[in-house]
Design a binder for this molecule. Structure first.
Ligand code: ADP
Ligand code: ASP
Ligand code: MG
Length: 406
C-alpha cells in the first residue's frame, strides 16, 4: 500500500562509520518496505566538514569562499554514494544525487547561500520508478553553475526545504541524541527530553546556540508549516515534535537553557560621545559583511564612551582589523579583544507574561560568583555574556534554578 512521502535526514554522527551507514540503510529500507516513498538527506561522515575547514586553513588562513564551497560540498557527496551502495546491498533500489543534480538553486552568497527554488522533477521521476532518492545535504548550485553551501548545519535546511517542496507527510531529523532537550544533554546530564516544542521556541533555542537544529531550517519550517520530528538514529524511540502550537494548559515559563561559544567580544575604548559615531563603527562593519550581535555602550561623565560588541569567531580577525582602523579614524582609544566568552541564555514563551525570569537569572549567576559582561533580551529569551570558563556551571545552575532538571 502506498503511504505517502517521508523526508529523512541523517546527521554526520549517524553516518560516522561503516556500521552506522549500514544501520541507516536498514532503517531507510524498513520504511520503504512499510510502503513509504523516501527522500533521504545525508550530512558528511562524522567530523569531515570540520576537518576540511581545518585543512583549508592550513593552506590559506583566508580561503576564498567559493573554493570553500567546492571543498566542503565534497563531504556530502561521499556519504550519499556510500549510503546508496549500502541500500543496494540490502536489495533495494536507490540513487544518490548532489544538490546541483536535483536542482537546489541558491543565490551566490558562498558559505551561507539562500535557496531560491528547487526544481524537484528529477527527484519525482526517480521516486516514480520506485527508487529511494538520496540527496547530499548542505549544498546547492547558483544559476551560473557555481556550487554553494547553506551554512553550517545546512543539511537540516536541505531536508526541510525538500519536505516543503515535495509536500512530504513527515520530515524526520535523525541525530545522535533522542530529541530536543531542556539543555544540551552533553553538558547537563539532568536535561529532559521535550515531547513537543513550537517553531518560535525552537528558533530561539537554535539561534542562541542549540546546534541540534540549524536555525535557518527552523525558520523555513515555520514559514511553510512543515512539522519536524527530531529523533535518534540509534533507537526507535519517539523524539521531539517541532510544530506550530503546543497545547498546554498554561505556558511553561522557561523551556530551555542554551549555550553559545561561537562568539568573541570587541571593545572600543574612549569613543567620543557624539552623534554619528555608532553609525560610523557599525556601518563600516556591516559594509564589510560582518554581522554584529550584542552591543553595549557605557556612557561616562567625560563625554567618552566604551562600546563593546560581539561577532562570530569566524569573522573576528576581520572585525578586529576594521575596528582598529575605525577607532583611530574617530579618535577613540584602545581596542580590546576577548575570545574567551560564552553566551548563556534562558528561553521560554511564558516569559512574556511572567516577570522575574531576568532577576532569577542574574541572581543565580551572582550566587555562583559569575560576572555578567553583557545582557540582551528578546520577547522570549534573556542572554548573558560571561567568561567561557564558567559556561558549564552557568548552564547547570540555571537549569536547576528554573526547575528543568529530571
Ligand atoms: P548532527 O550531526 O546529527 O546534525 P549536531 O551535532 O548538529 O548533530 O546536533 C546534535 C547535538 O546538538 C547533540 O549531540 C547535542 O550535544 C547538541 N545539542 C545542543 N543543545 C541541545 C538541546 N537543547 N537538545 C538536544 N541536543 C542539543
Ligand atoms: N556537514 C555540514 C556541517 O557540518 C552540514 C550538516 O552537517 O548539516 O555543517
Ligand atoms: Mg547538525
Amino acid at each position: 500500500m502506498h503511504k505517502g512521502l517521508i523526508v529523512q535526514k541523517f546527521g554526520g554522527s549517524s553516518v560516522a562509520d561503516v556500521k552506522r551507514i549500514q544501520n541507516v540503510a536498514k532503517r531507510v529500507v524498513s520504511y520503504k518496505k512499510k510502503g513509504y516513498d523516501l527522500v533521504v538527506v545525508v550530512s558528511a561522515l562524522g567530523d569531515t566538514t570540520d576537518e576540511l575547514v581545518e585543512l583549508a586553513g592550513k593552506i590559506n588562513p583566508e580561503p576564498s569562499e567559493r573554493e570553500m564551497d567546492m571543498l566542503l560540498s565534497t563531504g556530502e557527496q561521499i556519504s550519499v554514494a556510500l549510503l546508496a551502495m549500502a541500500i543496494h546491498k540490502l536489495g533495494q533500489e536507490a540513487i544518490s544525487f548532489t544538490g546541483a543534480q536535483v536542482g537546489i538553486i541558491t543565490d551566490s552568497s558562498h558559505t551561507r547561500a539562500r535557496i531560491i527554488k528547487i526544481n524537484a522533477d528529477k527527484i519525482k521521476e526517480e521516486l516514480s520508478k520506485g527508487k529511494i532518492v538520496i540527496v547530499a545535504g548542505f549544498q546547492g548550485v547558483t544559476l551560473t553553475h557555481d556550487i554553494t553551501t547553506l551554512g553550517r548545519g545546512g543539511s537540516d535546511l536541505t531536508a526541510v526545504a525538500l519536505a516543503k517542496e515535495l509536500l512530504a507527510c513527515e520530515c524526520e531529523i535523525y541525530t545522535d541524541v533522542e530529541g530536543i532537550y531542556t539543555a544540551d544533554p552533553r553538558i547537563e546530564r539532568k536535561a529532559r527530553k521535550i515531547n513537543a516544542i513550537t517553531y518560535d521556541e525552537m528558533l530561539e533555542m537554535a539561534s542562541l546556540g542549540a546546534q541540534v537544529m540549524q536555525a535557518r531550517s527552523v525558520e523555513v519550517a515555520k514559514k511553510f508549516n512543515v512539522p519536524i520530528h527530531v529523533r535518534s538514529s540509534f533507537s526507535n524511540n519517539q523524539g521531539t515534535l517541532i510544530i506550530k502550537e503546543v497545547k498546554r494548559m498554561e505556558d511553561v515559563v522557561v523551556s530551555g537553557i542554551t549555550l553559545d561559544k561561537t562568539e568573541a567580544k570587541i571593545t572600543i575604548c574612549n569613543v567620543p560621545d557624539r552623534p554619528g559615531v555608532a553609525a560610523k563603527i557599525f556601518g563600516e562593519l556591516s559594509g564589510a559583511g560582518i554581522s554584529v550581535d550584542m552591543i553595549v555602550q557605557n556612557v561616562s561623565h567625560l563625554r567618552q564612551t566604551d562600546i563593546s560588541f560581539t561577532v562570530k569567531k569566524a569573522e573576528f580577525s576581520k572585525a578586529i582589523k576594521l575596528a582598529k582602523r575605525v577607532a583611530s579614524g574617530i579618535g577613540a582609544g584602545d581596542v580590546l579583544e576577548d575570545v574567551d566568552i560564552a553566551r548563556v541564555s534562558v528561553v521560554g514563551v511564558g516569559m512574556k507574561s511572567h516577570p522575574g525570569v531576568a532577576a532569577g537569572m542574574f541572581d543565580t549567576l551572582a550566587k555562583h560568583k559569575i560576572n555578567i559582561e553583557m545582557i540582551s533580551t528578546s520577547d522570549i529569551s534573556i542572554s548573558c555574556i560571561i567568561k567561557r570558563k564558567f559556561a558549564k556551571t552557568a548552564v547547570r545552575a540555571l537549569h536547576e534554578k528554573f526547575g528543568l532538571s529530571k
